[in-house]
Design a protein around this ligand. Structure first.
Ligand code: IMP
Length: 441
């Protein structure tokens, strides 16, 4: 049992970057398998902040290997920029970063169409990050996408870019009344990227499978969150990839049999950026307070995140589709000053309380959260290094979430720094007659 996958159990921004950074110690190879520049993983190391969009956070450990898998939508300009930024911060990048030759490339027309389609939708806009993710994956599925490997067959690349740009120009001019793009300029731009990308490009499917055969331990890194997953999220207010663990096998080119453990990361409250249903959204003073205390502003776009209470109904759904083995609770310290905490344990609609997350987008906005209230702890937890040092009410909050979700919480994060976390060994009594949960270090 050596390989694992880390996924977000809410609408993204659960703190996966920091969790992966901590877990990296136990793995040899870290593989990002979906999404693209829309992600923003933040890691703070000795007060220095790193925001990574494409490169796995494992890169901050020089002895580990990092892979951008075939399932990622690769924006080469962003990737190269990120490499430069890391180098400026003295992060070693040499024979430890690999980019899949099968990954699909994001082109300027993807970003432009992302923006135009959003503004065309008006009030119905998804609130995308504008990184061209949806249009890039749409081209992949429509079988007109261009992959990294094609950068190294220039005549073919030229034909593909020309065909795509001419097609997109018809859309840009006809539908959006916008100036056409020059395929020649795009071609030149991507030929230049090809040279700079070359040292990183390889057959990562072979690389990862060989690593597994050689008994290396692999950690698959999910981006965004399960409720943004194209199949299991709040469609159509989702991202265009499988952000659940289900995406790891096709996005990295490994057998599902090779993923032995699934870690689900969840924030002690809930946030969402962009449009779409959010039953526990707090609104008003509380939302503003959580946003400021939690620094809830998009790592990619800087947009303020919507904030609200922890939603057991939504997280349970996410945990089920992922087959989560254990959970990691982040940002517990953000709740330190709350007198009373609320946990959503059901949704009330059509006169009944439901415990299942409905797939019906017409229903979700009508769902009235049913809350259970818990006393807050009103103490600083950010310096706590063990479960025994956490205030009793904080431990009870964690225990209650375990009980409601039927899942172990094995780590609690109490601040942005790499060192601000508590490992917990938690045992849920499986026997139905004894539902008591014990937590000890
Ligand atoms: P896209 O992925 O840019 O197409 O955006 C689709 C939806 O997913 C929007 O609501 C975005 O705000 C959201 N989203 C995309 N990436 C992230 C992320 O890394 N964290 C949180 N939300 C995200």
């Amino acid at each position: 049992m050596s390989n694992a996958c880390v996924v977000g159990l809410q609408w993204g921004d659960e703190g996966k970057g920091k969790v992966i950074d901590i877990l990296t110690d136990e793995y040899d190879v870290i593989v990002r398998y979906q999404g693209g520049g829309n992600a923003g993983h933040t890691v703070v190391v000795s007060g220095e902040k790193f925001v990574l969009h494409l490169i796995p956070s494992g890169i901050l450990h020089p002895e580990k290997k990092c892979v951008i898998g075939n399932g990622v939508a690769l924006d080469p300009a962003l990737f190269l920029e990120e490499v430069e930024e890391l180098r400026k911060k003295d992060v070693s990048i040499k024979d430890n970063l690999f980019v899949s030759d099968r990954a699909h490339l994001v082109f300027p027309y993807h970003k432009l169409l992302d923006a135009l389609s959003e503004s065309d939708k008006g009030q119905d806009r998804i609130g995308t990050t504008g990184r061209g993710i949806g249009p890039c994956y749409a081209d992949k599925m429509a079988r007109i996408g261009i992959r990294v490997i094609e950068l190294y067959h220039l005549e073919h690349l030229k034909r593909q870019i020309r065909r795509n740009v001419e097609e997109k120009n018809r859309l840009l001019q006809g539908l959006y009344d916008t100036a056409p793009l020059s395929w020649e300029e795009i071609y030149e731009e991507y030929v230049a990227y090809a040279k700079r990308l070359e040292p990183y490009v390889c057959d990562t499917v072979e690389y990862v499978n060989e690593a597994i055969k050689g008994s290396k331990r692999v950690l698959f890194e999910g981006a965004q969150g399960s409720l943004l997953d194209v199949d299991f999220g709040t469609y159509p207010f989702i991202t265009s990839s499988n952000a659940t663990a289900c995406g790891a096998a096709p996005g990295a080119g490994v057998s599902p049999k090779q993923i032995h453990k699934i870690y689900g990361v969840m924030k002690a409250y809930t946030t969402r950026v962009g449009s779409g249903p959010f039953p526990t959204e707090a609104g008003g003073v509380l939302e503003e307070h959580l946003r400021l205390r939690g620094g809830e502003f998009g790592a990619t776009t800087g947009r303020p995140r919507r904030c609200g209470w922890f939603d057991v109904v939504a997280v349970r759904h996410a945990a089920t589709v992922n087959g989560v083995d254990e959970t990691i609770l982040t940002k517990l310290d953000v709740l330190d000053d709350q007198e009373t905490l609320k946990i959503c344990v059901g949704y009330k609609y059509n006169g009944k309380v439901h415990e299942r997350f409905p797939p019906d987008l017409a229903l979700l906005p009508q769902c009235e959260p049913v809350y259970e209230e818990r006393p807050g702890w009103r103490q600083d937890t950010s310096c706590c290094t063990s479960i025994h040092k956490l205030p009793g009410e904080a431990v009870n909050y964690v225990r209650r979430l375990e009980e409601l979700l039927g899942l172990k919480v094995t780590m609690v994060s109490v601040g942005p720094d790499r060192r601000q976390f508590i490992r917990i060994r938690s045992t849920i009594q499986k026997k139905p007659q004894r539902r008591r949960i014990t937590i000890h270090e």
